[in-house]
Design a protein around this ligand. Structure first.
Ligand code: ZN
Length: 408
């Protein structure tokens, strides 16, 4: 070949390569990679606490009411009253009157409230939200206040948004694991981890359920799933459900069995609104190091509670913290559950601020994606309408995990 020809060939080749490189590439964040325990986690939470919610002052105050917090989703306002009653004084009739008074005085203190929720615990047992179960919970939308106020012990079951727990019936509860979902973390031998990483890659590329696992839906279709972990929570659930209703989106709620048991009416609300219910274990504990029987109990008990409330079988499961093993997958599959991970985790539990949550959500939104959020983060609830507008503008329809699974 003549040296000039070589020169031109190389130059044209380089130019062509330059053009190819200069082509704008679609912005795509890497999918989460299955990692061994203890690996570094770039999105790991900094455990930044949420700003404290505003509190109501009841007049006159009620000694058993420890606090009444309230918050808004920009459309409605909901309050939650926390009551602690000493064991020697706890009796249904008295608990009911206390709850009624707390609700009444909350509505009086802030007439604009749309709903007041109540959680009444034994003071000796109380160990925060994930600890021992409350004795009584209720959800009182303003329109139902009149019927709630009239309730007496004999008629209490006539009100659909109250839950009672028998005193002395509670077995000791394992401490919930407060660490939230970060990266899917596989517990197993080196060889098992390698095999799992290969399987994940194939599941991610094909976007199907592989080996009982789903990482994402079909990456060629303009649909993505919206999922909320750790549900239900008083105060947050009515706000979140109201927001989703306003924007016309259906989502999947991965419920903690314990929370669903104590607040069953919120799970009913979800199903009635067309949302999907998934399993997130009974006590929100990390599963890989637990004996098989305990893991089975965690999943089975949750399925029973959820199906008892909704009348529907549970199809999807998300392991707390994203931690799993071969055994976890096997047990979930046996119980008819598809283990479901995610493509997008904006780490909303770290309360990074609405702008940051929104930009992370928008940046990572993709065809076939599964967005992981938490139901009890006010900032998440507040950014949802904007995020959903962006999804619409990108032509991506956000819906349930089940829709993504069947939409192939
Ligand atoms: Zn969780």
């Amino acid at each position: 070949m003549h040296s000039n020809t070589v020169f031109y060939t190389i130059t044209i080749g380089l130019l062509f390569a330059g053009l190819v490189i200069a082509q704008p590439q679609p912005q795509r964040q890497p999918l989460p990679f299955v990692q061994p325990p203890g690996a570094s986690q770039p999105d790991a939470p900094g455990q930044r606490n949420a700003a404290p919610l505003a509190q109501l002052e009841l007049k006159p105050a009620i000694a058993e009411v420890k606090k009444v917090e309230y918050a808004s989703n920009g459309f409605i306002e909901v309050a939650h009253a926390l009551l602690l009653v000493p064991k020697r004084e706890a009796a249904l009739a008295r608990n009911l009157v206390l709850a009624q008074e707390a609700v009444k005085r909350s509505f009086a203190a802030r007439p604009g409230l749309n709903e007041v929720d109540v959680s009444l615990y034994l003071s000796e047992d109380f160990d925060g939200f994930g600890g021992a179960l409350p004795l009584l919970t209720a959800s009182v939308p303003k329109l139902e206040f009149a019927s709630f106020e009239k309730l007496q012990t004999a008629t209490v079951s006539g009100y659909m948004r109250i839950w009672l727990h028998q005193v002395g019936n509670s077995s000791p509860q394992p401490k919930p694991d407060k660490t939230l979902e970060q990266n899917p973390t596989f517990y197993g031998s080196k060889q098992e981890l390698k095999a799992q990483q290969v399987q994940q890659l194939s599941a991610q590329l094909a976007g199907r359920v592989r080996g009982g696992l789903m990482f994402q839906g079909n990456p060629r279709l303009p649909t993505a799933a919206l999922s909320f972990d750790d549900a239900p929570h008083p105060l947050y659930e009515p706000l979140l459900l109201d927001t989703l209703k306003r924007v016309g989106i259906k989502a999947t709620f991965f419920c903690i069995g314990r929370n669903a048991k104590a607040y069953p009416y919120f799970v009913k609300d979800m199903v009635e609104a067309g949302h999907e219910i998934g399993n997130h274990t009974y006590h929100h504990i990390r599963l890989p190091r637990l004996p098989t029987s305990v893991v089975t109990d965690e999943l089975e008990q949750t399925n029973q509670v959820l199906t008892g409330i909704t009348g529907q079988p549970v199809r999807y499961f998300r392991p707390p913290g994203g931690d799993y093993s071969r055994a976890t997958l096997r047990i979930a599959s046996k119980l008819g559950l598809t283990t479901t991970f995610w493509t997008d985790d904006p780490a909303d539990f770290d309360n990074p601020g609405t702008l940051k949550i929104e930009s992370r959500l928008v940046r990572k939104l993709r065809y076939g994606g599964i967005v992981l959020l938490h139901d009890n983060v006010l900032q998440t609830i507040q950014v949802l309408p904007e995020f959903l507008k962006v999804a619409q503008a990108k032509g991506i329809k956000l819906w349930t995990v089940g829709m993504l699974d069947t939409n192939r």
